[in-house]
Ligand binder design. Sequence first.
Ligand code: NDP
Ligand code: OXD
Length: 316
Amino acid sequence: MPILLFMSEADNADRWRDAMVEKLPGIEFRVWSADPAADETGDPAEIDYALVWKPRPGVLKGLVNLRAILSLGAGVDHLVTDPELPAHVPVVRLVDRCLTQGMSETVIYWVIHFHRKMGVYARFARDGIWKKMRQADAERLRVGILGLGELGGDAARKLVPLHYQVAGWSRRPKEIAGVACFHGDDQLIPFLNRTDILVCLLPLTPETAGIIDARTLAALPAGAHVVNCARGGHVVDEDLLAALDAGHIAGAALDVFHVEPLPADHPYWTHPKVEITPHVASLTVPHSAAEWMVRNIQRIEAGEPPFNTVDGARGY
Ligand code: NDP
Ligand code: OXD
């Protein structure tokens, strides 16, 4: 009977326990806690699988018989930055219908928000201003998605039937119907040059950290918008604030930040061109994500490799 350890600072262990035990009745579900009185880990050598979100660095190395580390989220930067991560244990990213659907909803929401100037109308309404602005044609609006993986690829595909000109940028070449696909460092600037609304859905790696900086922002057309649903570390905040203040960037929707919660004195909070959400672009839904976890555990138990393992060299 596999023994699974749940390690997360979030208070949703019971929802996960219910979902996992329902789908895999034989499993023994233990919950890690920093409080020794509440910690259910028991003998670390008994643990077969770890379900984790931002585990304390070094904790995983003590689970000496671990068969896989299953991330409770799509991003694995919270794991691969642990210098003591056991190198021989596969790390599995979360790929889940609800997570993907939720992210596409958020991306579509912000694209339409900026396209139809809903933020400007909201400000007008607050000030009692009745004023109409010109309506832009979706067919002339160029959306560009950094990252064409599970999330970026789905958002791109869903924007196509809304008649936007959709493009995406990835590391390796891609073909997606209706989407202009760019790839590699050489094609980043041409991709940005044709992008009115830039959406970031990259993993945070040494290659992508700080990718939204003065140079890349300058490559966007004047009046472009930026949507960051990936990680705060993708943005050089000072450069984005400077581009917003200079008027080159017309607005930004930011869901993720270098420090979370976003510190109370951060200039983003009060900037008139910045929309903030608290890292909710898409949340993991336990009853749905548990299906993915169970599928992978069953594969490993059957001697097959799990789906969507992280490539340590690539960092995602
Ligand atoms: P995937 O691994 O499926 O996709 C990543 C994409 O980024 C791929 O297309 C990949 O290219 C591309 N990429 C990676 N590195 C580079 C590079 N150096 N140059 C160009 N392209 C690159 O990840 P997901 O789509 O599942 O998730 C993306 C990120 O979204 C997560 O890592 C996480 O940080 C974030 N996220 C945020 C959430 C939120 O609520 N804010 C919720 C869920 C996820 P290729 O296809 O060629 O490999
Ligand atoms: C994720 C996240 O990576 O929620 O899944 O940020």
